[in-house]
Design a binder for this molecule. Structure first.
Ligand code: ADP
Ligand code: MG
Length: 711
């Protein structure tokens, strides 16, 4: 089959697809919500009452797990899972390669020659998967490949179904024999502890009674959907997740006609199935819409406790991919699958609550406002002091294409607080208190503290770290990234700031508390206000201004990852018990290595595509032009000769350029790798130009206009 045939074949297959109109699928009512989760209800049904109560105290209130209940819980879980068709179980974990891992074991055991289905407390609590091929950054050597998974009871077990059965999945932490963390969950749990401790300490200073601290995350997931027929003919998408070549079509997103547009029925049918799958897993998918780029979409859940929300987002990505496949679509989670149109991010909405009080919600009474402003100043201080490590958590080969392009926040970390809150901060800093123009009617607060706006909404979408009324929205994370990294870093740096503030408050004279608090917050703002920026983050003038303010701007992954070697950061993470120095160093090594490998793969795939697909197509066109030119000359026709000659020249020059630039790319592998991306970029330029010249029927790769518009 010639290439042209496969491309038109793919288009025909899409054309023949039809989604039945208006035929309601099997109803998915809320009674299905969480049906595949070993949740409160399942625990109460399958466990003795006392055991269920103990387990729930761990799950909901963070009480230490009583190891004596493990056998009962395992037994109940097995029955619950078998009632849902499960034959296997797996310890499900988040290794450092950024995806999820599972190794299945059946419940099968042979006892006295009899096959039985068994699942012990030990099976539940711990497992020793060999798992030696996961990155460890030197934390363990393969010859002593022991890695352990340990049950995380705070993220409930769930069932994963497939066409022929089901598997019981138990969320676990993954660590080495010597106890070093080899995963993304353990540091997150440690950082939760650190922040919880700091918040409790701070709240005590405000005379609040002890209450539960909840750190919450709502992760908005962006993604692309394209038809599988095209995908399978793009070796670059298959192997690297992004198109290494492809000229943007004349019309892409200029008209802004996709964003929030009406959703095509094929896509809606896909989304509906995704949601019903997620609801069964207890994942509160809430919002769906078309995004800015053609074929780009978003799914947002209702926020949950951060540990659960992180696991859930990993499942969201998996379900998106699987359901897409069933619909003959492919879900692309790469940060920049297509050049020239928007990439995909994953806004991490983050907040902290104490009992019923959302600490990031400006309150009505003065006391609450004082707490809000203190926490806010803590966050400003944290982000200013440690923006380097916050930036490092979103570093990666994919996200490099997004940060810094004029569509996503730049690599410079700054905080947006909005005009209203900015006015409050200015008042706080200057010590004056006035009703500002933008503030409108205000509640009267404590005299020493400024008034708070009633509604601080966010209208600036360009900021990497924005206050959005009752939470912060960290917008730099990439669509494919695990939220555990950014959340863990944010928790830790904020824990540190709140801890330091609490240490000062503890020494205040109680009679003069508000005054001294005001002075402390004033000092924090004076010292750290350089990190606040309410303007357009996409502009060159902000880059200049940020440099003047001394804000770091690590434009590439390798540069950003240096933050993991910064002695101050190493000391900070050790002090809060989140990372040992060795664990910090291992992250530096693993993420750097992952980056280098990805770039290398991209270079190799590009070379192969050019040499085995593009060059032959251009050569064939070149041959045709030469043959036509010769034919014309031989028959004495002069018309067309000049044009054919020019065409042949262009194609010939294209061939020369392709060969020259391929050689440059090929040479780039022998150096330190830093020239691979620039060489790939240069090669892409030539290929993309040729795409507009070479006959459409010969072009060997599905084009952007096909992938982005035909589905
Ligand atoms: P946007 O304006 O960014 O489109 P929304 O206001 O709808 O978004 O909220 C975005 C996300 O923020 C949702 O996932 C929502 O559940 C989450 N969110 C809301 N409140 C909190 C909170 N207190 N903590 C964490 N996430 C929150
Ligand atoms: Mg958002």
């Amino acid at each position: 089959m010639s290439k042209s045939d496969f491309r038109s074949g793919a288009i025909d297959s899409v054309a023949k697809l039809h989604t039945p109109a208006g035929v309601a699928a099997a109803p998915v009512g809320m009674e299905y919500f969480s049906e595949d989760v070993f949740n409160d209800q399942a625990m109460r049904k399958y466990l003795p009452e006392a055991v269920a109560a103990k387990l729930l105290a761990t799950v909901n209130d963070g009480a230490a797990l009583d190891p004596a209940i493990a056998a009962d819980v395992a037994h109940a879980m097995k029955h619950w899972a078998m009632d849902r068709g499960a034959t296997h179980f797996t310890h499900w974990f988040l290794p450092l390669n950024g995806s999820t891992a599972e190794k299945h074991d059946s419940f099968l055991e042979i006892q006295n020659g009899q096959a039985i289905m068994a699942f012990s407390g030990k099976n539940l609590i711990m497992s020793e998967p060999d798992a030696s091929s996961f990155p460890s950054g030197g934390l363990r050597s393969t010859f002593e490949a022991r890695g352990y998974t340990a049950w995380d009871p705070t993220s409930p077990a769930f069932i994963k179904r497939h066409s022929n059965g089901a598997t019981l999945c138990i969320p676990t932490a993954f660590c080495s024999y010597t106890g070093e963390t080899l995963d993304k969950k353990t540091p997150l749990l440690r950082s939760n502890q650190a922040l919880t401790k700091a918040v409790k300490r701070l709240m005590k200073c405000f005379d609040l009674p002890d209450a539960k601290v909840d750190i919450t995350l709502g992760a908005e997931q962006e993604y692309f959907l394209i038809d599988k027929h095209f995908y399978l003919h793009r070796p670059d998408l298959l192997q690297t997740g992004r198109t290494l070549f492809g000229a943007p079509p004349a019309k892409h997103q200029q008209l802004e006609d996709h964003y929030f547009g009406s959703i095509k029925s094929r896509v809606l049918s896909f989304m509906t199935e995704v949601e019903s799958e997620l609801w069964k897993l207890g994942i509160p998918a809430k919002t769906r819409h078309n995004e800015g780029a053609p074929a780009q979409f978003e799914l947002a859940p209702i926020f949950e406790k951060v540990n659960l929300a992180v696991d859930h987002n990993m499942l969201v990505m998996e379900v998106l991919r699987q359901v897409a496949d069933r619909h003959s679509l492919v879900c692309l989670l790469h940060e920049k699958p297509f050049a020239g149109v928007n990439g995909s991010g994953k806004h991490n909405n983050w907040s902290v609550s104490y009992g019923d009080l959302n600490l990031l919600k400006p309150g009505k009474d003065p006391e609450q406002n004082a707490i809000f402003l203190t926490v806010l100043c803590g966050i400003i201080q944290a982000v200013d002091l440690h923006s380097d490590i916050l930036r490092a958590t979103v570093a990666g080969a994919g996200n490099d294409h997004r940060l810094g392009a004029n569509e996503a926040p730049p690599a410079i970390i700054s905080i947006y607080v909005g005009d209203q809150l900015n006015e409050v901060i200015e008042q706080l800093e200057s010590g004056t208190r006035k009703v500002g123009k933008k503030l409108g009617k205000m509640q009267i607060g404590v005299d020493t503290l400024p008034l708070l706006p009633r509604d601080a909404t966010d209208r600036n979408r360009t900021s990497p770290f924005a206050f959005t009324g009752n939470k912060f929205e960290f917008r730099a994370p990439g669509s494919s990234q695990c939220c555990a990294g950014p959340m863990m870093i944010l928790n830790t740096i904020v824990a540190d700031a709140l801890d330091k503030i609490a240490a000062e408050l503890e020494n205040f004279d109680r009679k003069d508390f508000n005054n001294q608090l005001q002075k402390l917050l004033q000092r924090i703002i004076k010292t750290h206000k350089r990190v606040i920026f309410n303007g357009d983050n996409y502009t060159a003038s902000w880059r200049k201004e940020a440099a003047k303010r001394g804000l770091p701007n690590a434009e590439s992954t390798l540069e950003a990852l240096e933050a993991f070697s910064n002695p101050e950061n190493i000391e900070l993470f050790a002090r809060h018990g989140v990372f040992t120095a060795k664990e910090m160093e291992s992250r530096h090594e693993i993420f750097g290595e992952e980056y280098r490998r990805k770039i290398c793969i991209e270079g190799q795939v590009a070379l192969e595509i050019v040499r085995s697909m593009i060059l032959p197509a251009v050569t064939a066109d070149f041959n045709d032009a030469l043959a036509a030119l010769n034919g014309a000359r031989n028959s004495g026709v002069t018309a067309g000769c000049a044009g054919l000659r020019r065409t042949a020249d262009k194609l010939g020059e294209g061939i020369d350029e392709l060969v020259k630039r391929s050689e440059r790319l090929s040479d780039a592998f022998t150096g330190d790798g830093s020239d691979i991306l620039p060489a790939l970029g240069a090669l892409r330029e030539t290929v993309d130009t040729l795409e507009g010249i070479v006959s459409d029927s010969r072009w060997p790769l599905p084009k952007y206009r096909e992938m982005l518009f035909i589905y």
